[in-house]
Design a protein around this ligand. Sequence first.
Ligand code: PRX
Length: 634
Amino acid sequence: MKYIVKSLPEYFKHQDKALENPELFWSEIAESFTWKKPWKKVLTANMHKAEIKWFEEGQLNITENCIDRHLQEKGSDTAIIFEPNSTQEKAQHISFKQLSEEVNKMANVLKQKGIQKGDRVCVYLPMIPELAYTMLACARIGAIHSVVFAGYSSTALASRINDASCKMVITADGSYRGAKEINLKSIVDKALLDSPSVENVLVAKRTQCEIEMTSGRDFFLSDLISAASTVCSPETMNAEDPLFILYTSGSTGTPKGMVHTTGGYMVYTAHTFKNVFQYEDGDIYWCTADIGWITGHSYILYGPLLNGATTILYEGVPSYPDHNRFWEIIEKHKVNQFYTAPTAIRSLAKQDISHVEKHDLSSLKILGTVGEPINVEAWNWYDHHIGQQRCPIVDTWWQTETGGILISPIPFSTPTKATFATFPLLGIQPVLMSDEGKELEGNLVNGNLCIKTPWPGIARTIWNNHKRYLETYFSAYPGYYFSGDAALRDPAGYYRITGRVDDVVIVSGHNLGTAPIENTINEHQIVAESAIVGYPHDIKGNALFGFVTLKRPISEAEKSALKIAINESISDQIGPIAKLSKIQFTFSLPKTRSGKIMRRILRKIAANEFTNLGDTSTLLNPEAVQEIIKNREK
Ligand code: PRX
C-alpha cells in the first residue's frame, strides 16, 4: 500500500500531496486492493448537501480483500486469535483458510434463510468468533450488518432492529462477561415482541444456558452450519453500496444509524490501520474494544484483516479473573500493538503495580488509546509502566461517523506529547471554528473541531434520515463536517481534543446522548422534569448526574426508592452503561426566559464548581441555582 509514513518529513511531503490532489492520492492507495471493476470517478462531493461518493462505479467485495486475497500466501497464518473469557478455556487460532470456510458457510446459511443483497441483519452477539464470521458473511452476500452492542437492553435492541427493519437477528444463547453470565436470547425474545420485521433468529451456542426457541422462527446456527458448503462466491457490490449500519447516540431522542459504504470505508480503514499501527507481517495486534462499537468494526475486524494482520478477539473484561488479565494476554500472545481506552487504563492504574510487573511486556512496540480525552496521569502511567518508555502512544481521535482515525501521531515519525492527538492523518484537513463560524487561523487557538474536505471513510448518511445527517453534521458550519468536539491547537500545530460541546456525554468511552436518558426518567409518574449532565470521574472519565424535579413532595424513603427505580428503568430502556451515578431531587431547574434548561450551570454545579457560574441574572428563576447548590448531592 502506498503512503505508509516512515519519518516526519515524509509525513509532511505526503500530506501536501494528499491535500493538493486528494483524488490522485486516494486512487493510488485504492489501487492496492482487489476490485472487480475499476472506479470511474474517485470523488464526487457536495459538503453543503452532505452528498459524498468515493470510487463511483467501482465494484468489489470487501471480504475478497479481507480474506481471499490472503489465501494463497497466508492461508495457514492466523487471522484471528480468540481469547475466551475464562482462563480455563484454550485460545483458538483461526487461520485465514479457516476464516474463509467459516465465513462462506455462514454466508450460505444466511442465503438459505432468505437473506439477500441489501437486506439488514441485526447482530447481537458476544465477542466470540461467530461475531466476526457473521459480519463478514453479511458482507460476502451484500447484506447490511447492524451490530448492536450485546450490553444494550431489549428496548434499545428493538428500536435499532425496527429503525433498519432488520429481517434477521443473529445472537447467542448467552454471553460471558467476567464472572457474569447473561442470557442474551431472552433479551432478543423480549425485543422481538415489538419487532415485526424479523423473520428468523439464528442462535450460536456459547453458554449452553436454558433458552426458549420459537418453532419456525429460531434456529441453532450449529445445526445449519454443519450442512453448509464452504464455498460462496462473493456478491458484486458497488463502492457506494452500504456495508453496515452502526447506531450512535445523539443529542435528541432516537439513535442515529450511521451508514458506512463499501469502497471508501475499506480503503480508509486499511490505510489508517497500517499507518497508525505500523503493522508488519508476523505482528500480533490487539484492540480491546467491543465489536459492538466502531473501534471494533474498523480496528478489530476490517482494518487488520484488510492488511492480512493477526488480530486478537478477547471475549472478557480487564478485571477477570483478576487485574492481571490484560498483561497476561499480552505476555501469552506476545502482543506487538495494544490499543485500549483511557477508562481501562485509569482503572488498571489504580491496581497494585505488581499486576503489571510480573509480566513480560517486552513484545510491545506501539500503544494506542481511543474513545475519550486521556488525562496526563493516565498517559504517563501507560507510557511508563506498559510502554516502559520505549513504545510510542498513539492517542487516536475519531468517531463512529468518521469510519476511521482522523487525528493521531504516526509512531516513530510524529513525536508524541501527553494528551495530544497531534497531527491529522494523511488527507485529513481539520479546522477550528469560532462560535461565529470563522476558521481560526494560526496556532494557540481553541475552537470547534470541523473537517474541511471529505475523506473516504466518512459515513454517507443516517439510515432513512438524510435530513438529520445534514442538520447534525453539516449545518452548524455550512460546507464543513462538524464533529461536536472542541479542540485546541498548540504552538507546534498539534491538536488536543478537549471534549464534547453538545449534549453527548462520554462515560467510560461510551457515547451517551442525554435526551434518551431524560425521556426515560420523565416516564416515572412522579417526575416532572429532569436534566442530565456529565461530571468528571476518576475512572470513567465522566459520570452522569441527574437533576430531577418532582410533581409533589415525597419522603426520604420514597426518594431512595425512586433513585433505585430510575436507574432500573434506565438500565432496562437503554442499558446499564447509562445508569446515573448521582441523582439530586430539586424544586426547580435553572431556566432561561425562553424556558430552556441551562445545562451549562448544572454542569458546573455537578463538577463542584460553585463560583464562576457565569451570568445567572438572565435566568427565569435564579433562586433555583442557590437551592441546588445548597442541597448539592455529594
Ligand atoms: O468526543 C470524542 C471522543 O469520542 C467521540 C466519538 O465517540 P464514538 O462515536 O463512540 O467513537 C469512539 C471511538 C472512535 C468523539 O466525538 N473521542 C474519541 N477519541 C478521542 C476522543 N476524545 C479525545 N481523544 C480521543 N482520542
